[in-house]
Design a protein around this ligand. Sequence first.
Ligand code: 6MZ
Length: 342
Amino acid sequence: MSEKFFKKLPKVELHAHINGSISEDTMATLVARKQAVDQDWRLMYRKGESDTLEGVFKMFKLIHQITDNTDAVYKVTYDVIHEFAADNVKYLELRTTPRAEPGTGMTKTAYVEAVIQAIQDCALEDIDIIVRLILAIDRRHSVSVAMETVNLAAEYRKKTEGLVVGVDFSGDPSVGDGSDFIPVFEEARRHGLKLALHLAEVPAPDETWKLLQLPPDRIGHGTCLQPEVGGTQQLVDFVTAKRIPLELCLTSNIVGRTVPDYDNHHFLFWYDRRHPCIVCTDDKGVFSTTLSNEYSVAADTFNLSRDQVWQLSLDSIDHLFSDDEVKRKLRHKERKLTRSTG
Ligand code: 6MZ
């Protein structure tokens, strides 16, 4: 299958962190507007430089120095949407952690409003992509900070008539105990928000088991659910029985070294069991990838046929956090395109 095939494939992206998705071009523009930035950023900003999860988190720190004001947050969001649209992504759920920057006076509310403004401006343009927003809870922060994020998500869900669809749980997986946040996720649910939680990105069977009882609507990564990689059979059985979809980010896991190589990626384990698997980018900027490339890598590594790739993309629609009307329209569009492009 050619590069063109993967590019033309209409796609759904459900796991993309805004600041991790920043392109090199956008970085260069924003760095040019600043003075106090490490001039070696371009060196760091290459696949292979951030070659452990620790290195990846250093990259986020650098990017956050650059996106420390609402103009930059608006630009990153706007550019990222255009880049996904150019990659033929028809539906995109962006996620981001509301951030206050006392140095520039940016508040969390202003941050969220800049992101929403960019999404709304893109919706008025002639680009064929539907965008929704998930607000992220960083596990390195406190439970009360997390509760603030849930309140912001609930507030802006109402104000934007459903543009904000859920909350995410992310941040350095080696920090803290995720089960402390269970009351926060229960509160999010009471507000009608969906839950997309990073789970078992590194081995953490106790925490994972407790968080699974919620249960989340989707799991980010799920790298270490199986017993051979630090999980348990109980975790595998639970996720299987509940059919909780997995957001799988192949390149991210290889670069971050939570998986040794593509051949050993847990995609195959779950895909073979016909479990809902969604191919995602995670941080397309930091990992120098695209969603087309992620589909191409999955197809090459696991010998997927054209039909299987189409079906994988089509099935992702079942798991997005928008209403059935959006799902129906997307399925219709994909089927029409399947017929016309083969
Ligand atoms: C866990 C991740 C992540 O929110 O500033 N993030 N958290 N595991 C990952 N796998 C590599 N990739 C990204 O985007 C950057 C933030 O997203 C989370 C981290 O909290 C990171 O600081 P935003 O837009």
